[in-house]
Design a protein around this ligand. Structure first.
Ligand SMILES: Cc1ncc(COP(=O)(O)O)c(C=O)c1O
Length: 408
C-alpha cells in the first residue's frame, strides 16, 4: 500500500486547518536536514540552551527510576513537585500559593494549551503581543478563540505600551498573554513599566492574565525580573503565573512546565489534562523537584556566558550593513531589523522583498539558519538564538556581515 495516499476529504478536523505547524520547529528541522545532507550549516533557529542538564538533576532522575517512580502520578503533579513550586514562587517571586493552586503539565506549552482550551468559547478574544512566541495565536485558534494582535514596536524597545493595551481591550477580551523576558525579542519590563500595564488591567475586570515567565532566570546586566501578580496583588485572583524548567535548567527534553493561579481554574485545567496527557512523566517530575529545590549556583554562571554572547552578537550584527540590532535585557534571542535591506538584490539577482526572503537567502548562500520575523507576527525582522557556542556565533555573524555586504 502507498504510504503517501491522501486522507479522504473532510477527514481532518477543521480546527487543524486554522493553524500552522510551528515555524521555529520547521526552521530548526530544515537546518538539521541540510546539515545531514552534508551542508555547512550554523543553526541559530532553535530555542533551547546549548549546555547539558546539570548533573544533580540527572542523578535525581536516575534515583527516581531506581526507586520505581515509574507509574502514573496525580493529574496535577506529584506532591513533592507541587510543594517545590509553592516554595519557588515564594522564594523568587514573593507570591503566596497553596499546593492546590499549583499544576504541572508536560512542558510549558501544555500549561498554556490547558489554560486556554479549558476557558475559551467562540467569540472570546485573547490579546497576544507581537512579536509573539509562535504558539500563542495558534493555541487560541485551536481553542476556538480570536487572537487580537497588539504590536510592541522597535522604538518602544519591543514593549507593550499602556495605550496600546487599553486600545486592544474590548468587553470580549478574556485573556492577555504576557511574556517577558520575551521570545523572540528578549525585551523585559521594569516594575514601573509593569505597573503602568497593571493599572490598565485593573480597570477591566473581565481580563485574565496569563504570564509566561519561562525566561525569568535569563536576565543580564543586573536586570531584576518581576512578575504581574507580585507587582499588583489586586490582579492575583485573575492571574495564572506560568513557568517551567525547560530554559533555566536546560531541560527542554524532559517536558515539565508548571503554573499557579486561582484554584477553580487549576481544577478546570486538571479536568482537561485528565482526558489528554493524564500527567507529566513521573521521572521528569522528580528531576524537576531537584531543579527547583537543589543548588541554583549554575544559573548565574550561565547568565554570564549568555550575557557575553548577547554582547558579541549585538555588536557584530550592528556592524552588518543594513541591520539594526537592539540590545535586550533577557532570554537568549535578539530580534534585529532588516528594514535597511528590503528591496536589495543578492549577487545571483534575487530580490529581498521580505524577512522570509532574507532568511531563505541567508540559509541558501551562507548556511546560517535564522527564523524570519513574520513567523512572530512582526516584520521586517529576524530572530537569532544565541544559545550556541561563541565560535559558532562569531562565524555566523561574520557570514551575516558578508551576506549583507554583498547585497546591492
Ligand atoms: C515564551 C515561551 N513560552 C513557553 C515555551 C514552552 O516551553 P516548553 O518547552 O516547556 O513547552 C517556550 C519554548 O520555546 C517559550 O519560548
Amino acid at each position: 500500500m502507498s504510504q503517501s495516499k491522501p486522507l479522504p476529504p473532510g477527514f481532518l478536523a477543521e480546527s487543524l486547518g486554522r493553524i500552522q505547524p510551528s515555524p521555529t520547529i520547521a526552521a530548526t528541522q530544515k537546518a538539521r536536514e541540510l546539515k545531514a545532507a552534508g551542508r555547512d550549516i550554523i543553526g541559530l533557529a532553535a530555542g533551547e540552551p546549548d549546555h547539558d542538564t546539570p548533573d544533580n538533576i540527572k542523578e535525581a532522575a536516575i534515583a527516581a527510576i531506581r526507586r520505581g517512580e515509574t507509574k502514573y502520578t496525580n493529574v496535577e503533579g506529584i506532591a513533592e513537585l507541587r510543594a517545590a513550586i509553592v516554595k519557588k514562587f515564594k522564594r523568587e517571586n514573593n507570591l503566596d500559593y497553596t499546593v492546590a493552586q499549583t499544576f504541572v503539565s508536560p512542558g510549558g506549552k501544555a500549561i498554556i494549551f490547558n489554560a486556554l482550551l479549558a476557558t475559551l468559547n467562540p467569540g472570546d478574544e485573547v490579546i497576544c503581543v507581537a512579536p509573539y512566541w509562535v504558539s500563542y495565536p495558534d493555541i487560541v485558534l485551536l481553542g476556538g478563540g480570536t487572537p487580537v494582535i497588539v504590536e510592541a514596536k522597535l522604538e518602544d524597545g519591543f514593549r507593550l505600551t499602556p495605550a496600546a493595551l487599553e486600545a486592544a481591550i474590548t468587553p470580549k477580551t478574556k485573556w492577555l498573554i504576557f511574556n517577558q523576558p520575551s521570545n523572540p525579542t528578549g525585551a523585559c519590563y521594569t516594575p514601573a513599566q509593569l505597573k503602568a500595564l497593571t493599572d490598565v488591567l485593573l480597570k477591566h475586570p473581565q481580563v485574565w492574565i496569563l504570564t509566561d515567565d519561562m525566561y525569568e532566570h535569563l536576565v543580564y546586566g543586573g536586570f531584576k525580573f518581576s512578575t504581574v501578580a507580585e507587582i499588583e496583588p489586586r490582579l492575583y485572583d485573575r492571574t495564572l503565573t506560568m513557568n517551567g524548567v525547560s530554559k533555566a535548567y536546560s531541560m527542554t527534553g524532559w517536558r515539565i512546565g508548571y503554573c499557579a493561579g486561582p484554584e477553580a481554574l487549576i481544577k478546570a485545567m486538571a479536568k482537561l489534562q485528565s482526558q489528554s496527557a493524564s500527567n507529566a512523566a513521573s521521572v521528569s517530575q522528580w528531576a524537576a523537584v531537584e531543579a527547583l529545590n537543589g543548588p541554583q549556583d549554575f544559573i548565574p554562571k550561565f547568565q554570564k556566558i549568555f550575557e557575553a554572547r548577547r554582547d558579541l552578537v549585538v555588536s557584530m550584527l550592528n556592524q552588518a550593513k543594513g541591520i539594526e540590532c537592539p540590545k535586550p535585557e533577557g532570554a537568549f534571542y535578539v530580534y534585529p531589523s532588516v528594514r535597511g535591506l528590503i528591496g536589495k538584490q543578492t549577487p545571483a539577482g534575487k530580490t529581498i522583498a521580505s524577512d522570509a526572503d532574507f532568511a531563505n537567502e541567508l540559509l541558501e548562500s551562507e548556511g546560517v539558519a535564522v527564523v524570519h520575523g513574520a513567523a512572530f507576527g512582526l516584520s521586517p525582522f529576524f530572530r537569532i538564538s544565541y544559545a550556541t557556542s561563541t565560535e559558532a556565533l562569531e562565524e555566523a555573524c561574520r557570514r551575516i556581515q558578508r551576506f549583507c555586504g554583498n547585497l546591492r
